[in-house]
Design a protein around this ligand. Structure first.
Ligand code: 13P
Length: 244
């Protein structure tokens, strides 16, 4: 990987309590030796942990993101929802949007588009997830699907600099499977061709074993890591091996 910085985004999903944050100490001391311009490390814990994690990570290079938000940037009668400006106010700098686990719950491209636009307004950067299903891959529809997700998700988004795209094939998430390097290379090239200047991450079963292979993809700007980021030893391993 020849890029200026490499992103590592930890998506904790529905995991972690206050005491779980102690486990991040290992990561904090490991990254002390990195300069900000080499490594972008972003933790996306559940919303319950954003504020305490923000306190903990002050004076480190580690930044915080949220995992989703409501589409409105103002208050409203939306029981159980949190908007982007509320996330910003407790320390989030990023928000993951369009994750396939939320698309599967019914989020469509239009809703995701609205979330993206309002989150940018609130001052957040976006980690915009796109990806194809296994049957779409088998039917050679991957580029068509990604294209549609990008066109609709980023419709009328002017400030594309605020967007990091995460290519996460649905079939690779939590399955232990990953595409071949040559496939990821081609898709990342395709995405960068469509969204000029964008950073593109790969996500889906990244772990401390396959990172030695995945790190060889030279147009990828980093990794979005789910399960393996919940264990600090594994996560540190992933970062260390990438730079070795
Ligand atoms: P896993 O790393 O657990 O496959 O999850 C990937 C993911 O969904 C990150 O957003």
């Amino acid at each position: 990987m020849t890029n200026k910085y490499i992103y590592f985004v930890a998506n904790w999903k529905m995991f972690g309590k206050l005491k779980t944050l102690n486990s991040i100490n290992k990561v904090m001391s490991f990254v002390k030796k990195f300069k900000k311009n080499k490594l972008k490390l972003i933790y996306c814990p559940p919303a319950t942990l954003i504020s305490p994690l923000n306190d903990k990570l002050k004076s480190t290079i580690i930044q915080i993101g949220a995992q989703n938000c409501h589409e409105s940037d103002s208050y409203g009668a939306n029981t159980g929802q949190i908007n982007s400006s509320m996330l910003k106010a407790v320390g989030a700098r990023y928000v993951i949007l369009g994750h396939s686990e939320n698309r599967q719950l019914g989020e469509n491209d239009n809703l995701i588009n609205l979330k993206i636009k309002n989150s940018i307004k609130s001052g957040l950067k976006i980690i915009f997830c796109i990806g194809e299903s296994l049957s779409q891959k088998k039917n050679k529809q991957t580029k068509r699907i990604l294209s549609k997700q990008i066109d609709r998700g980023l419709k009328k988004v002017v400030n594309k600099k605020k967007i990091i795209i995460a290519y996460e094939p649905i079939w690779a998430i939590g399955s232990g499977l990953t595409p071949k390097n040559s496939e990821i290379l081609e898709i990342v090239k395709f995405i960068k061709g469509k969204v000029r200047g964008s950073k593109v991450l790969y996500g889906g079963s990244v772990n401390n074993q396959n990172i030695n292979v995945l790190k060889k993809i030279n147009n990828v700007d980093g990794f979005l890591v789910g399960g393996a980021s919940q264990n600090s030893n594994n996560f540190v391993d992933i970062i260390r091996k990438t730079f070795n």
